[in-house]
Design a protein around this ligand. Structure first.
Ligand SMILES: *[C@@H]1O[C@H](CO)[C@@H](O)[C@H](O)[C@H]1NC(C)=O
Ligand SMILES: *[C@@H]1O[C@H](CO)[C@@H](O)[C@H](O)[C@H]1NC(C)=O
Ligand SMILES: *[C@@H]1O[C@H](CO)[C@@H](O)[C@H](O)[C@H]1NC(C)=O
Ligand SMILES: *[C@@H]1O[C@H](CO)[C@@H](O)[C@H](O)[C@H]1NC(C)=O
Ligand SMILES: *[C@@H]1O[C@H](CO)[C@@H](O)[C@H](O)[C@H]1NC(C)=O
Ligand SMILES: *[C@@H]1O[C@H](CO)[C@@H](O)[C@H](O)[C@H]1NC(C)=O
Length: 438
């Protein structure tokens, strides 16, 4: 069964390539070189994996791959941006426009910190739009494929920064009808998408998986979203799916985009503890090891090492401030924000070259001083200074020690102190933070 559907899909894929080849001859050069897995993509009712040949390591071919995937999706779905959208002259009305990427990994407080920008009504804020890309186009694990996915992510981010939200339509399931979608991931977490004029109040209850919180809105009209994006002064986005800072270089160098990148990091021990709670399925093995006092297996430890290394590589590059990144990169520790949210918010705004607004200040005040006692793991309502160290009581020392061993270089770089015993780990009077100015 599996084999049969695989063949059917390969056949379909080849057919699709032939069609697209007419439009884009780059395909003919890359088609024997890439392996793309498209799980969950329900082309023609077919399931899952498209797997063809081996992906080349060569970046110039990968750029073609990204474009090929894009073309493939476009040909399939027939959604194109209106003429002029993507090649719009962005210099005329966009003087002073700033673009901000909050680059994070999961469980580093990025939803919370993202609110600092979401609450600003001069900013068009998007919450994790690459979620759709990941769902639609994922790649077989391994070096070259990770590179390919990064390039697709980057290309989408680039379009989104230019307010071409139509670019995202290629990755939405179901395919939007006349630029209308009822399913944009965490729409409710983007104020701009939930307020006038993008929100057209719904008369009846509409089924939306991620509804707006403030008011009930009709399905999202992407054209209105694009217009709102163009009308707002600035654009910001938070994402946990851009892994390597260097991949953003073409965006930094794109003259239409005045990009600032804030890399948000958190103590890897805390991140692991938080993931064990938030992603039970994925971290079952870790939980079992924690409960039984066992040592994790090599595969999971290897993944952890990979994550820490990738964080370190990005941060190291950012801190070293190569000429192309000058004044465009900031490293922020979540713990510092939790301890002094207003001070750190001001620093981030200053770095971004934006004035902080009273509404942002108010949000920060309300959401960091009071404990709303929410059990929602994605909640941003937290007494931040009380919450951020809770993990120290929950994470067994044995597991913390594994993280320390594997992630020591990045912990040193970020100024997270290692502990030698369980008592110190659980002793919240003993700070794990070194003072750092990055
Ligand atoms: C699609 O996948 C599901 C679950 O993997 C399976 O039950 C179903 O039979 C598949 N359908 C087709 C058309 O292959
Ligand atoms: C990629 O291919 C191009 C042309 O074939 C070549 O010039 C370039 O050096 C290659 N890059 C890498 C990293 O191999
Ligand atoms: C794609 O869209 C265009 C313009 O909306 C339309 O003319 C064309 O028939 C569509 N093609 C397919 C295959 O649906
Ligand atoms: C979406 O908004 C645009 C711009 O206001 C409008 O022209 C279009 O008719 C709307 N689409 C639908 C289906 O209502
Ligand atoms: C928030 O946490 C701090 C530090 O633990 C504590 O001093 C403060 O009273 C807490 N505020 C509320 C409203 O719980
Ligand atoms: C906890 O840490 C503080 C500060 O380092 C230290 O003074 C205290 O003795 C520690 N308490 C225990 C029980 O180890």
């Amino acid at each position: 069964m599996r084999m049969r559907s695989k063949y059917a899909i390969i056949l379909f894929f080849v057919a699709a390539l032939v069609i697209i080849e007419k439009e884009n001859n780059i395909i003919s050069r890359v088609s024997d070189k890439f392996t793309v897995k498209l799980p969950q993509l329900d082309f023609l009712g077919l399931n899952n994996t498209i797997s063809a040949r081996a992906l080349s390591e060569n970046d110039s071919l990968l750029v073609g791959t990204s474009s090929a995937i894009w073309q493939l999706l476009k040909a399939q779905r027939n959604c194109t941006s209106p003429q002029g959208m993507t090649n719009r002259d962005g210099t005329k009305d966009l003087m002073g426009r700033k673009h901000l990427i909050l680059m994070a990994t999961t469980r580093t407080g990025s939803s919370f910190v993202g609110e600092f920008f979401n609450q600003n009504s001069d900013i068009f804020y998007l919450f994790e739009p690459l979620w759709h890309v990941e769902r639609t186009v994922t790649f077989e694990p391994g070096g070259a494929n990770a590179v390919a996915s990064s390039i697709v992510y980057r290309d989408v981010v680039q379009q989104l920064m230019l307010c071409d939200l139509y670019a995202l339509e290629n990755f939405l399931i179901p395919v939007p009808d006349r630029h209308i979608t009822g399913f944009l991931f965490r729409r409710g977490s983007s104020k701009s998408l939930c307020e006038w004029p993008v929100c057209t109040p719904a008369k009846r209850r509409v089924s939306e998986r991620f509804p707006c919180r403030v008011q009930r809105c009709g399905p999202l009209n992407m054209t209105l979203a694009v217009e709102s994006c163009l009308q707002k002064q600035h654009v910001a986005m938070k994402t946990v799916r851009i892994r390597q800072l260097e991949f953003l270089r073409p965006l930094v160098e794109d003259l239409r985009i005045n990009l600032k990148v804030i890399q948000l990091v958190r103590d890897p021990r805390a991140v692991l503890a938080s993931r064990m709670v938030a992603f039970p399925g994925k971290y079952d093995a870790w939980k079992k090891w924690a409960n039984k006092g066992e040592v994790p297996d090599d595969e999971e430890v290897g993944k952890l090492r990979g994550n820490c290394e990738s964080l370190r590589a990005s941060a190291q590059l950012g801190i070293s401030q190569p000429p192309w990144l000058k004044d465009r990169y900031m490293l922020m520790r979540y713990e510092d924000i939790a301890l002094e949210p207003m001070k750190k918010a001001l620093e981030m705004y200053q770095f971004a070259g934006l004035p902080i607004t009273p509404e942002v200040k108010k949000w920060i005040y309300v959401n960091t001083q009071t404990s709303k006692g929410s059990d929602n793991v994605y909640s941003t309502h937290k007494n931040s200074s009380a919450q951020f160290e809770k993990w120290r009581l929950a994470l067994p020392f044995k597991i913390a020690a594994v993280v320390q061993k594997v992630c020591e270089p990045v912990m040193k770089l970020f100024g997270y102190k290692l502990v030698n015993d369980a008592t110190t780990l659980a002793n919240r009077s003993a700070s794990l933070l070194e003072n750092r100015n990055f």
